[in-house]
Design a protein around this ligand. Structure first.
Ligand SMILES: Nc1nc2c(ncn2[C@@H]2O[C@H](COP(=O)(O)OP(=O)(O)OP(=O)(O)O)[C@@H](O)[C@H]2O)c(=O)[nH]1
Ligand SMILES: [Mg+2]
Length: 427
């Protein structure tokens, strides 16, 4: 549900531009989007150029004073920092400004906590939050963060009363909770593995949509499911960061009896908290096992190259390398670019809302994943009609003729599959 803008919590965002980082503006813009995604509103932005963050207060002394004055003048009681801060930086900055200080990691964890829907996603985010809180147990800022999160997400320790939660949070309790969650996650992972094994048995090509959050992955998934899958299996699309938090796999069936599995995955963002990397790893099995990755990029975003770099980095971080990838430069309808068109043979400029674009994308995907298909003409004796029936059901039958000595059938199938019918081969 949307909350009216006047009820949004107003915040000041702060960031350090270390050594004139060329990605700095992009990361500040991203932070603003993350703040908005967490139903808060950026009122002011304050940045400082430094070579290193101040070990005690993140910003340098003069800037901290300026921040305190700004917070006072605008009556803002929450400050969001663009980096992960140490517990003492949070404590000192909070004390010096009189405001609650949240760092980028806590913000992302908070968004995830509010979005998580499935049991696995909820467990993963609880685990990440506990790992974040463990070294911060005694900071006043973490108390406030606990109080905020205590009311916002379901499941686990967070749905108890805020005061009670704080009292309970000693290291031992957290340690025990972490163990319990790990145990629960193993059980969930086991049932997922079974499902995955069942899917792998089908031997279908696996294609995964990956990329930066809000690029249009789920929209593309829905367009493809609508045409080639079961209509009712649409996934959620929303104009917000991290709309998708769990991988969804759909079976797509083409009219020529070829089929594939398509996975929609969680979106990426830069400087992903390391506590969340494991969560990403476990929800990205499908991408890790894919035969083809489709990287979806918001082509209308001026930072698209940095977003692609982010995707590359996150994929590397979670160990997904060496899988063939095509690029979909989506949302071209918001630009003056002609679409659908190819930037190069692996990069399609398109719009998910345009059916011609979707056709072109499907062609591209099919060219990549059905490379191993070959066409043969077979002559199957009439007493082996089950072979003809099998081919009609599982392969792409292009032409059938009934001759005196059997059924002549021109058929397209994967090379390995075709080997089984070699004895009927007449060409
Ligand atoms: N104009 C335009 N909007 C698009 C296009 N594709 C997607 N959108 C919109 O972009 C927003 C995000 O789309 P999603 O499909 O949810 O994006 P996503 O990549 O799945 O995002 P996450 O799940 O957060 O990673 C939605 O408001 C879509 O309607 C497009 O080609 N053109
Ligand atoms: Mg999505």
């Amino acid at each position: 549900m949307e909350i009216e803008s006047n009820t949004k919590q107003q915040v000041i965002v702060i960031g350090l531009n270390l050594k004139n980082n060329p990605r700095f503006n992009y990361s500040m813009e991203e932070l603003t989007n993350l703040v908005t995604a967490n139903n808060m509103e950026v009122v002011r932005t304050l940045v400082q150029k430094l070579d290193h963050p101040d070990a005690g207060t993140y910003f340098g002394k003069g800037k901290v004073t300026e921040l305190g004055q700004l917070a006072h003048a605008y009556q803002i009681n929450t400050i969001v920092a663009n980096d992960e801060l140490s517990p003492s930086q949070i404590r000192n900055l909070s004390k010096a400004t009189g405001a609650n200080v949240i760092d980028r990691t806590a913000l992302i964890l908070e968004i995830f906590a509010n979005r998580a829907r499935t049991r696995e996603a909820k467990l993963q985010i609880q685990l990440a939050k506990l790992q974040y809180q463990l070294p911060r147990l005694h900071t006043s800022a973490s108390q406030r963060l606990d109080q905020q999160t205590g009311t916002s997400s379901g499941g686990g320790f967070t749905n108890r009363g805020a005061g009670e939660t704080q009292l309970e949070l000693d290291r031992r309790t957290i340690g025990r909770k972490i163990n319990n969650i790990r145990h629960d996650l193993k059980t969930v992972a086991k049932s997922d593995q079974t499902k995955r094994a069942r899917r792998n048995e089908t031997n279908l090509p696996n294609v995964a949509l990956v990329g930066y959050t809000n690029a249009g992955k789920s929209t593309i998934m829905n367009q493809l499911v609508q045409r080639f899958g079961e209509h009712e299996k649409q996934v959620m699309v929303k104009n917000m960061l991290f709309a998708t938090l769990d991988t969804k796999v759909r079976h797509l069936q083409f009219s020529d009896n070829k089929a594939m599995l398509l996975s929609d995955t969680i979106g990426f963002v830069s400087k992903l908290p390391h506590q969340l990397i494991q969560a990403f790893k476990s929800t990205l099995h499908e991408a890790a096992n894919a035969d083809l990755l489709i990287q979806v990029v918001d082509f209308s975003d001026p930072h698209r190259q940095l977003m692609m770099d982010t995707t590359k980095k996150v994929l590397e971080e979670i160990g997904i390398t060496n899988i063939p990838m095509i690029n979909v430069f989506n949302k071209a309808d918001l630009t003056s670019e002609r679409y659908p068109s190819f930037e190069d043979s692996n990069s399609l400029i398109m719009s998910a809302n345009d059916s011609h674009s979707i056709d072109t994308l499907v062609d591209l995907i099919r060219r990549k994943i059905f490379k191993n298909y070959i066409t043969k003409t077979l002559l199957v004796p009439f007493n082996q009609s089950s072979v003809v029936a099998y081919l009609n059901e599982h392969a792409n039958v292009i032409q059938t003729n009934y001759l005196a000595n059997g059924t002549k059938i021109k058929v397209e199938a994967p090379k390995e599959e075709m080997g089984r019918f070699q004895k009927f081969d007449i060409k």
